[in-house]
Design a protein around this ligand. Structure first.
Ligand code: ASP
Length: 439
């Protein structure tokens, strides 16, 4: 067991969590009140899960800041900086666009919203029991409509760096760190070398802490997934059958057809090797449903297991975790068209193009936290003119299966970021990826 590679250990933990979580869910389904063992299992697994999640979140801010500052201060020349920036933004826009096209094709071909009246009633009934605090908050946050999205972009330049850090506003911290690294590179030699070695020391220390936390990932994953399945159960997927399958199919095509093709065509890289190298990050993303909380693991996998330079990883990955969300963009598109089909709302190709554009824009602004895309979906539904009553009902319907789909789309978001790092690194002349012995 000791010599087993990390991704196998996490996978075993995940399988155990599925078996135990589902068994607990199914075997107590008919109980009017949950037995003590159920509450205890939920409490203790949740306890270990949240310890792991807290530990990951604890290192996100120092890790993002020190990695970017170190990475950017080494990029040096103005042209290098803007070239890398342009490549990253172009690549993120390209994969985001491909993801929404895949989603749109799937939802138009499968038409999961064209359901029998009985199933529709079952779906609408399900949403009443699930609507909760989280959903209320999503509605409050989305109330501003377009303005809400603009505000997210405004926060890119924070008024107060410490407030941004306290509130976990990663975009603002990334912007500041980019500037900081950029100007370190322009300091006179003596000052520059002392700054670079100071930040390098800090970054190496935080990386060591991150590594230590990641060694607990199998326990953390078990603790995060078991209580989720105990409460949600997989049967919700059954009621939401074709809708959930459409989302999963779209995510599958993007992950196993589109991204491998891009890796091969743009960088001549092998997807299987890449997938294996980043699998601990994908499994952590699946378990936490948060790209931001997964960022320490993604950085670790990309640099240590895939062999991509810290310079490229620290520039592309933090930006990707907040701005590049292929799975989220795909999900938003499928949901909007699915709800239009469910409520019999006509959606011309022009309206669908608006949805594409808005899904792309909002996926940039969506935070890398669980269920964050519900806010974006409400904004899009408002913008394309859904009646108020159908918005509340529709989002409630989707919320029933959101957790399971969120876990999957977050893994796709992280996979997209990791492919970007590999392709951009290769285009910068790096080589020798995936040769590190896995631990
Ligand atoms: N949970 C997703 C993430 O962290 C965001 C979302 O789609 O809700 O990447």
């Amino acid at each position: 067991m000791k010599n087993l590679a990390l991704h196998w250990k996490i996978l075993i933990a995940l399988v155990l969590a599925f078996i135990i979580g589902l068994w607990a869910n199914i075997s107590t389904e008919s109980y009017p009140e949950k037995p003590d063992w159920f509450s205890n299992l939920h409490y203790f697994s949740n306890f270990f899960g949240s310890l792991f999640l807290n530990a990951l979140k604890m290192v996100v801010i120092p890790l993002v800041m020190t990695s970017i500052i170190c990475g950017v201060s080494k990029i040096g020349e103005d042209q290098d900086f803007s070239r890398l920036g342009m490549k990253t933004i172009l690549f993120y826009s390209l994969t985001g666009l491909l993801a929404v096209i895949v989603g749109l094709l799937c939802v138009n071909l499968i038409e999961p919203g064209q359901v029998e009246p009985e199933l529709r009633d079952k779906m609408l009934a399900g949403q009443n029991s699930m609507a909760g605090e989280k959903l209320d908050r999503a509605f409050q946050n989305a109330d501003n409509g377009w303005k809400g999205i603009v505000e997210i972009f405004q926060r890119m330049i924070p008024q107060n760096l410490f407030k941004a850090a306290v509130e976990g506003q990663l975009l603002g911290l990334i912007f500041f760190s980019l500037l900081f690294g950029f100007f370190i590179a322009r300091l006179p030699d003596g000052l520059k070398s002392s700054q670079v070695s100071f930040w390098e020391g800090l970054n190496t220390t935080i990386l060591a802490i991150t590594n230590f936390i990641i060694s607990f990932a199998p326990y953390g994953v078990f603790g995060l997934v078991t209580p989720t399945l105990m409460m949600v159960g997989i049967e919700t997927l059954y009621v939401m059958g074709t809708f959930a399958l459409t989302v999963l199919l779209g995510l599958g095509i993007h992950s196993f057809v589109v991204l491998p093709l891009l890796l091969r065509l743009l960088a001549n890289l092998n997807f299987t090797k890449h997938f294996k190298a980043v699998s601990p990050a994908l499994l952590t993303a699946f378990s936490t449903a948060s790209s931001s909380a997964t960022l320490p693991v993604t950085l670790d996998c990309i640099t240590k297991r895939a062999g991509i330079s810290k310079k490229i990883a620290s520039f592309t990955l933090p930006l990707g975790a907040t701005m590049n969300m292929d799975g989220t963009a795909l999900f938003e598109c499928v949901v909007v068209v699915f709800l239009a089909q469910l409520f019999g709302i006509e959606m011309s190709w022009v309206t669908q193009s608006t949805v594409v554009l808005m899904a792309l824009l909002t996926s940039i602004g969506v935070a890398g936290i669980p269920s964050a895309s519900l806010v974006a979906i409400i904004v899009i539904l408002h913008a394309v003119g859904f009646p108020e009553a159908t918005i509340a009902m529709g989002v409630g319907v989707v919320f029933v299966v959101d957790r399971i789909l969120d876990m999957t789309r977050t893994a796709v978001n992280v996979l997209g970021d990791s492919c970007a790092a590999a392709i951009i690194g290769k285009s910068e002349g790096e080589s020798g990826y995936y040769q590190v012995k896995e631990t």
